[in-house]
Write a protein that binds this ligand. Sequence first.
Ligand code: MG
Ligand code: MG
Length: 246
Amino acid sequence: MRRSADELNKMRKAGKVVAEMHEATRAAIRPGVTTRQLNEIAAEVLTKRGARSNFLNYHGFPAVICTSPNDMIVHGIPGDYTLREGDIISVDCGAIIEGYHGDAAYTAGVGVISDEATRLIEVTERSLWAGIDQLKKGNRLNEVGRAVQNVAEAAGYSVVREYVGHAIGTAMHESPQVPNYWPGTPGPTLKEGMVFAIEPMVNVGSYETYVLDDGWGVMTQDGSLSAHFEHTIAITDNGPEVFTAS
Ligand code: MG
Ligand code: MG
């Protein structure tokens, strides 16, 4: 769906709040901090900016961010988990301003991390930007997934299949979905005013997943590390505009 200039302005504001949630949580990441504390820090940003949470109560989700350490891919519920030196932690944040949504995620290291973890984070973020580069009017949507997959697989990693990016606007998850791999068909033609959340999830090992008994946390089947980066991006006449970048 194409958004008006007024709608894009509201999404720009929502994106700024999400970027601020990233900055505030990132600054707090260190050994000894619990994921519940990161959630509280993000909730304070929402309150301060007069934004609503799109995560809280989403199908019953109990927090304003997702926190997914190490071999957890996405959707982790913040709680008693205490960050340890050498962990990696994926933090997914969202906000609503005047009915319009922003959604973005990052993965960070806790203290000193392994060379493999450092490389995984670097490759996953680079795969996101390769996908964003494809968000140009006239291009086909599934070129995003092809670009993401090329970067991740060239590094020897795999791209998660079951969880994908999405259009975003007056709901967090709108159609169409945006796979992080080439699905075999080119998908819709991109037009200015369309807005997407692009979100590669990249595993060191295989792309297979399972869900924890809590019904939320998505894990790598083989226990390998996973990273997740996401931005909310509009297609403009001048190329992609990233609403959630700091
Ligand atoms: Mg997200
Ligand atoms: Mg998303």
